[in-house]
Design a protein around this ligand. Structure first.
Ligand code: AHR
Length: 311
């Protein structure tokens, strides 16, 4: 079952605090831990009463957490949906109870756009495109001209970042690299280190001639690096690696020459989320999608950037 933390019911000045019910995906990656810390500290800073629950990457746990927030009559519900589909019923229950819903980090597919107010999070399709464009630079730098045989480690099946990062990357391939790039294997590693390690080991057995890895997050890339080294190959040289997130451990691997480039996905969404929650609670109009600013990093920038990484 899901883990739940309860907050306090009044703000520091004694006035009635906003009660926010937040359902988190889980704790699958370094990105997720940073995101959880950001949400908890921003809620504290804003003086909100935060009811936080960790769904351990299970949709049914998120649905029961949302139902419990509806029953508790929270002011606003926010959640980061583990997968894109299957939310309409519970979102209709929130709407019937007149509790506004804010999506954070990941989006949903819904037949009724009025079921949530806004999404605070990244453009994952654009991240996939950025990964494709940065791979061009990585290949040029490494002097690889021949056939590019790509292994793709996908995020959680059915999750917005897995679907959209794959889509954006494929767009770049289809537009500019139809003849020279090929995804030879692609499978989910569930955004975890263990998943990345295990799936990469299988990839190396079935396709020993892979020369590029595109990992949908740093944690899977870090797991994959262990399998690449165990197979007697050099990550970052024999197999060029591009990943997404930009967590500290990703930057450490990049500064050691094991990851070639990272597309940043910012997990520090807490302050923006609290701001939006207040506006929504006060009935103000907010943008439909509030995006975050992010950068791209090549290996030669890693050492300089590492000390200032916050997560
Ligand atoms: O939804 C964001 C993704 O989820 C991050 O890229 C990944 O690390 C996390 O698990």
């Amino acid at each position: 079952c899901a883990k739940e933390d309860e907050g306090s019911s009044t703000s520091s000045d004694g006035s009635k605090a906003i009660t926010l019910g937040f359902s988190q995906v889980g704790s699958e990656s370094g990105w997720r831990s940073a995101n959880t810390d950001s949400v908890k500290s921003a809620a504290k800073e804003a003086g909100y009463n935060l009811k936080f629950s960790d769904a351990q990457q299970k949709q049914e746990n998120q649905i029961s957490a949302i139902r419990s927030y509806i029953a508790q009559k929270v002011d606003v519900i926010a959640f980061s949906p583990v997968v894109v589909t299957g939310w309409d019923a519970v979102l209709k229950e929130a709407k019937a109870a007149k509790i506004p819903v804010v999506l954070t980090d990941r989006s949903v597919e819904t037949s009724d756009e009025s079921l949530y107010v806004t999404l605070v999070g990244s453009d994952f399709t654009e991240e996939g495109r950025r990964a494709g464009k940065i791979l061009e630079k990585v290949l040029a730098k490494a002097g690889v001209k021949g056939p590019v045989k790509i292994a793709q480690l996908e995020g959680t099946t059915g999750a917005a970042p897995a679907i959209e990062r794959a889509k954006g990357f494929k767009e770049v391939m289809d537009a500019d690299h139809k003849d020279d790039w090929k995804i030879v294997v692609s499978q989910t590693g569930d955004f975890t280190r263990a998943g990345g390690k295990q799936v990469m080991a299988a990839f190396l057995t079935s396709n020993p001639d892979i020369n590029v890895l595109f990992a949908h997050n740093d944690d899977m890339a870090i797991g994959a690096i262990q399998s690449i080294e165990a197979a007697g190959k050099k990550p970052g040289k024999d197999i060029l690696i591009v990943s997404i997130d930009g967590v500290k451990d990703g930057f450490v691997a990049m500064s050691e020459g094991k990851i070639n480039a990272i597309v940043e996905c910012n997990p520090l969404l807490g302050p923006q989320l609290m701001d939006v929650v207040k506006k929504v609670k006060n009935g103000e109009t907010v943008e439909r999608w509030i995006k975050t600013k992010e950068g791209d990093f090549m290996q030669d920038q890693a050492k300089a950037a590492l000390p200032s990484r916050k997560y």
